[in-house]
Design a protein around this ligand. Structure first.
Ligand SMILES: Nc1nc2c(ncn2[C@@H]2O[C@H](COP(=O)(O)OP(=O)(O)O)[C@@H](O)[C@H]2O)c(=O)[nH]1
Ligand SMILES: [Mg+2]
Length: 280
């Protein structure tokens, strides 16, 4: 699979990321709990090596509860603060604030020793497309008042959102690019919608998704959702779904595009159940 990622805009996006990184002590990396490896790029460990890290396993409401626990432990064992989060539920905001406070503790201690009691901690949100950065920032901004930064060293016009515990969050996220080092990661990104459908052959992605579910031993989620007969061949399952749902051309031919869209949209919106595509 050959995917052209971010044609053209990447240079400017990278420059902005580097500029904003200089302003913050903490990097809040949002990843997709359904694909906790593919929605991360190991290159960023170098990019963020001087920063405190908070890993937000976002969309955990769509992911498998047991896998969520395992992934939380996995990233904690790397020494990072980790939080399972649902950006669409602002009742969870307190949980996020507490995680940010935990990640800030060391820096606050250091400030205290130097007599800097009221110094604010500055944080920014980063992540690849579609992990929920904007949803997260908007939900925070709605609850908190945004203020224009006029602090020394802060570029004029940048907006900061004040969180509890003297923490200022930059209101624009840093956009990262995923690593396409193997087809499996690229497919995982396609399944979750992190790659725009327009650049994909959706019929192929739908088929690969059924194969992936078979590989994970989770094909039952598909079989039961659409009430079709199971089959070792993913293509047969797909065709059975199309027949069942009447997704046909001229009343006879399978409409592979529509049946693929149906399955992928149902997965993306959680209608196939809580599914994690990667094992820790
Ligand atoms: N179920 C669920 N959906 C989410 C969550 N966070 C974001 N989304 C959805 O994921 C999609 C992409 O979110 P967006 O904030 O635009 O991602 P961004 O590209 O990282 O800014 C949107 O449809 C959001 O509603 C979450 O925690 N749970
Ligand atoms: Mg966004």
């Amino acid at each position: 699979m050959n995917i052209n990622w971010y044609p053209g805009h990447m240079k400017k996006t990278k420059e902005l990321l580097h500029e904003n990184l200089k302003l913050v002590n903490i990097v809040i990396e949002v990843i997709d709990a359904r694909i906790p490896i593919s929605s991360k790029n190991p290159d960023f460990d170098i990019l963020f090596k001087d920063k405190k890290r908070l890993i937000v396993l976002n969309k955990y409401d769509l992911a498998d509860p047991v896998a969520n626990k395992n992934w939380e432990e996995y990233y904690k064992s790397k020494g990072w603060t980790v939080v399972l989060y649902n950006s669409t539920n602002n009742k969870e905001l307190r949980k996020l604030e507490m995680a940010i406070a935990e990640a800030s503790r060391e820096i606050i201690e250091r400030y205290k020793k130097r007599g800097l009691l009221n110094k604010t901690i500055k944080a920014m949100i980063v992540g690849i497309p579609n992990v929920g950065k904007s949803t997260l920032i908007n939900s925070i901004a709605k609850k908190k008042s945004a203020k224009t930064g006029n602090m020394p060293g802060v570029t004029k016009g940048k907006q900061w959102i004040r969180l509890s515990g003297n923490i200022d969050l930059l209101d624009t996220p840093g956009i990262l690019w995923p690593k396409f080092d193997n087809e499996e990661s690229a497919l995982n990104l396609a399944f979750t919608g992190a790659i725009k459908d327009e650049v994909l052959v959706l019929e192929e992605i739908g088929l690969k998704f059924i194969e992936k579910m078979q590989h994970l031993g989770k094909e039952k989620a598909i079989i039961e959702k659409y009430g079709v007969e199971n089959n070792d061949k993913a293509l047969n399952i797909m065709e059975n779904i199309a027949l069942k749902r009447n997704l046909l051309y001229n009343k006879t031919e399978i409409d592979y595009l529509r049946v693929s869209s149906l399955i992928l949209n149902d997965f993306r919106s959680g209608k196939l159940g809580k599914i994690t595509l990667e094992k820790s």
